[in-house]
Structures are given as C-alpha cells and as structure tokens.
Design a protein around this ligand. Structure first.
Ligand SMILES: [Fe+2]
Ligand SMILES: [Fe+2]
Length: 342
C-alpha cells in the first residue's frame, strides 16, 4: 500500500498515465455494432435450469442401468461444460485488460453466464439420475455402472491436465487465436445439442438441449463476428498456432462428440467398449445419443464448416484423417496444449 510519503497528488495537477494493461477500461466505445443484436438476444433468451419442467421427470421409470448410462453421458459433457465457466471467465478478464469494446465485454460476460447454466444443467440431471451429487463418489448399482464410473474417473483425470495449459495459453495468445478454438467448440456443440433436442423423449432433456443449443448458436455468432473483425489482419505466426490448435481441438473434443482418440487420451483398453455399451443402453431408454456413423458425420461437417471459415482468411487447416479431411500434418499434441472449450 502506498504510504503517505508516496502520495503525489500534491506535486502535480494530473496523475501520470496508468500502466497498461490495466484491468478496467473507463470507456464504452462500440464499433462492432452487429454484436449488439447478439447481446440483446442473450438478454431475452436467458433461462434458468432450475425452472425447466423437472416435475415431468420420473426417474423411477428407468432401470438403474439406464439411469447410470444417461448420467454417464451428462458426466462426459460436464468434463467439458464444467470447465467452460472458468475458461470464459478468464477470457472475459482478458477483454477488460485489452480494453475491448463495451459490447465485446458484454458478449463474453453472456457466454460465461450461459456456460454456468450448462454446467448447472449437467449437475441437476446427474444428481437426479444417480440420486447423488457427484458421479465420481457415487456407489454404482450395476456392473455397467461400475465400468462407466471407471471411464468417468479417467475422463476426469485427463481433463484435469488441461487447465494449467489453458491458464498459460490465455496471456500468451491474442484473443484472435483463442477465437478459432472457441469457434470449434461452439460449432460442434450447436450441432449435437440440436440433434439431441430433436431425438430425446424426455421433455426436460428436450427443453434443456434446445436452450443450450440456442446459447451455443449465439456463442458461435459472437466468435464469427469477431473473427470477421480481426482475421483479415492475422499474423503468419498466429496462423501457425491456429492450425495446430484446430488439430488439438479435434483430439480433445472428440471425447464428447465422437470417441476419445487413444493416442491422445490416456484411457484404459476397455474404455470405448464400455462407453458404447452405456450409449446403447441410454439410447434404448429414449435418450438420443447419435450413433457412431452420425457422430462421425456431424464431426466431419463441423470440421468442414470451420475449414470454410479459416480458408477465407488463408489459414491452413490441419489433416483430420479420422473423418477424411486432408491438410497439414500435425503431430506431438499434448493435453497441455489445448485451448478449445464448449
Ligand atoms: Fe456450453
Ligand atoms: Fe458455448
């Protein structure tokens, strides 16, 4: 703290300039006016997960295997969605440090708030399905439930390695670099949630997915608009990082949107087999998880979509042979290199 002897106000009329980056901009300038519309829809479409029609959900109509399998899917989702609030909160802080436009700050605030809702939604479903607040300390009732919990523990372990990497990446990279990773998560998320909303029997899931899908669509619009603003002046160095991050994002997000690639995720041999069995049981119970081919097709479309955006800005796309996309060969990606989120 500044002592009395450090006071300078008596020695000059105006204070010296404040060292930058300073976390608070005293400015509300708006240039990217397109984002104002997105912000207004975010205000209008704000929803409360607790107010969904939970009274229509009777968990007792499901067997324990079904309950554990459905909860498992939400657990996979929460490995991604429970890290999204802190991730976007740090991106929000960055928009303040960079003295981003007022509307950009508001948009990042809305994403952080939405992602917190998505996390709440995961928690509400898991708690109801398992009758326990935590999928890791829950005591499984069936053999499949035990195997799925083992999977969940490995996913949690793997996801835990990503936060340190992200924390290092945020100050290091420009917002522009972060955008392409964010966009990847949003494109993928918007696709899967709309599909699940259409296919799920249970009203409360349908409603939740519909609202989450809408939120993700807005997040996508925010990122796309900012890319339009910033990508025409992207440096070659940033482009290199982006190409690598897209490959990293593919590997990371595959765990929820497709299947976790064994060369990247540190998971046991029987992981995929257990997951497929859980998905089959959930599907039979009316919980619409897209099948292998549909997931693969979704993922490919999402990647091509993203490639279309990056092509416009002459940014090279990585090879994604898993879904038949050719491009620059990228190897040696570690969990610590990951930026993408949902
Ligand atoms: Fe989300
Ligand atoms: Fe999102």
């Amino acid at each position: 703290m500044a002592g009395a002897k450090d006071k300078i106000a008596g020695t000059m009329e105006f204070p010296p300039p404040t060292p930058q980056p300073n976390v608070y901009p005293l400015s509300w300038e708006n240039v990217t006016t397109k984002l104002q519309e997105v912000w207004e829809s975010a205000q209008k479409e704000y929803w409360d997960p607790e107010k969904l029609p939970w009274d229509t959900l009777d968990v007792n109509k499901y067997t324990w295997e079904q309950r554990e399998s459905i909860a498992y899917w939400w657990t996979i989702l929460s490995v991604f969605d429970a890290s999204a609030p802190p991730v976007f909160a740090s991106a929000l802080i960055k928009t303040y440090e960079l003295h981003e436009e007022d509307v950009v700050r508001r948009c990042f605030f809305s994403v952080t708030r939405d992602e917190q809702n998505h996390e709440q939604m995961c928690g509400l479903v898991i708690t109801k399905m398992l009758d326990h607040t935590d999928p890791l300390t829950y005591e499984p009732k069936t053999d499949l439930g035990r195997r799925l919990q083992k999977n969940a523990k490995w996913l949690y372990y793997n996801g835990g390695r990503y936060w340190d990497g992200f924390k290092n990446a945020v100050p290091k990279y420009s917002l522009a670099v972060l955008f392409s990773s964010f966009l990847m998560g949003e494109i993928a998320a918007a696709t899967i949630f709309h599909q699940m909303a259409a296919g799920c029997d249970e009203l409360v899931f349908k409603e939740g997915f519909r609202k989450i899908g809408k939120d993700e669509g807005r997040h996508m619009a925010i990122v796309l608009t900012l890319m339009e603003r910033d990508y025409p002046k992207l440096s070659d160095e940033d482009k290199e990082v982006i190409t690598k991050q897209i490959r990293a994002g593919y590997l990371f997000l595959s765990a929820v949107l497709f299947e976790p690639p064994m060369e990247f995720w540190d998971i046991p041999e029987d992981f995929i087999e257990n997951q497929r069995e859980g998905e089959r049981v959930a599907r039979e119970a009316g919980f619409h998880i897209p099948d292998y081919e549909t997931k693969k097709d979704n993922w490919k479309k999402a990647m091509l979509n993203l490639k279309g955006v990056l092509d416009k800005y002459d940014t090279e796309f990585p090879a994604i042979p898993e879904v038949g996309i050719t491009g620059r060969e990228i190897t040696d990606i570690e969990m610590e290199d990951i930026i993408p989120v949902f």
